[in-house]
Design a protein around this ligand. Structure first.
Ligand SMILES: [Fe+2]
Length: 320
């Protein structure tokens, strides 16, 4: 019997996350491969100067908001701390706790935050899979993606990354890869249960342990638009992955292609009004609790490989 810890390197953890995110991506694998090939073709045509500053992970990783932010990729990892927003304070916490090999944040930082808008293109393909013509989906998202790009452009992107460097603590962010896992989990759960009424859908969600825990702190699933007595109609999971909230005009289009209910992690007032106007029931499952589902599915795999996990920063840790 061996007592050797089966630890992984930072690079292996990163690759596992991308692989898991890809496996359950709402897009087909061939679609993702075509996107990566297109990125490589574009890269080849860049000038030397453009190539010098190009984010080469873009050529192999379809998720711009999931990156190794600091640390030697070959470093062996046995103990990590992961949470929803692992930033300056949490990096200091990791240093204070000691003996932590890697800090993983779900929400992006550094280059992952500056490139958040890029991953939003995923949403166009998800909308197309629900029947919205791709040209319409891309057209509607274009404005919103540029809005997000401008929104994140003024941030002090590398503040937390600098903290990690000074503390010499490896740092990573895994955003859409985990959100994909949550979206896939919820899709399968809902498709199996086939709720007829919105109330039934809410009750079904409330049984998922992360949402049950969230309900205890008044952060459980909520109905933002529609009524518990409404029929769900066709349920779409368009608001769970792909960076951040898409375009509000999408709801009208979703109604036209036969969607009756949308499940999201969170929803702004602008989107809630748009859903209501389009007679779409908007079920908001919960932000941190939904993030937790995706993170948990990833952490379960890490634990299977012998990595010790400390949950932090709002993460509701549930093992499956
Ligand atoms: Fe989130």
């Amino acid at each position: 019997m061996s007592f050797e810890i089966n630890n992984m390197t930072i690079k292996q953890i990163y690759n596992l996350a991308i692989e898991m995110g890809r496996k359950v991506d709402f897009r087909m694998s061939s679609q993702i491969n075509a996107l990566l090939k297109r990125a490589r073709d574009k890269y080849e045509k860049l000038s030397l100067q453009e190539k010098k500053v190009f984010d080469k992970d873009n050529l192999v990783n379809p998720y711009s908001d999931s990156r190794i932010l600091y640390g030697d990729s070959d470093k062996k990892i046995t103990r990590i701390i992961m949470g929803i927003d692992m930033r300056e304070a949490e990096l200091l916490l990791a240093d204070r706790l000691g003996n932590i090999d890697l800090v993983i944040s779900h929400h992006p930082a550094g280059i992952g935050l500056a490139g958040l808008d890029e991953v939003m293109h995923l949403q166009a393909d998800v909308l197309a899979s629900y029947g919205i013509p791709i040209n319409v989906a891309e057209g509607l998202l274009k404005k919103r993606i540029s809005e997000v790009a401008r929104g994140v452009s003024g941030s002090n992107h590398n503040q937390a990354v600098d903290m990690a460097r000074l503390l010499k603590i490896p740092y990573m962010c895994l955003h859409t890869v985990c959100d994909n896992l949550a979206a896939d989990y919820l899709k399968k759960y809902i498709e199996k249960a086939k709720p007829e009424y919105v109330g039934e859908l809410l009750d079904l969600l409330a049984k998922i342990p992360e949402y049950e825990e969230a309900s205890k702190i008044k952060a459980g699933p909520k109905l933002f638009a529609g009524d518990r007595d409404n029929r769900c109609g066709k349920i779409a999971l368009t608001e769970l992955t792909g960076g951040t909230e898409g375009a509000p005009e999408i709801f009208e289009r979703l109604a036209q292609v036969g969607i009756g209910t949308v499940i999201g992690m969170h929803m702004s007032e602008r989107h809630t009004k748009a859903a209501s106007k389009a007679h779409i029931n908007a079920v908001v499952a919960g932000h941190i609790s939904s993030d937790s589902i995706g993170i948990n599915l990833f952490l379960d795999e890490l634990e299977k490989k012998g990595i010790k996990v400390i949950p932090a920063s709002g993460l509701i840790r549930v093992k499956r």
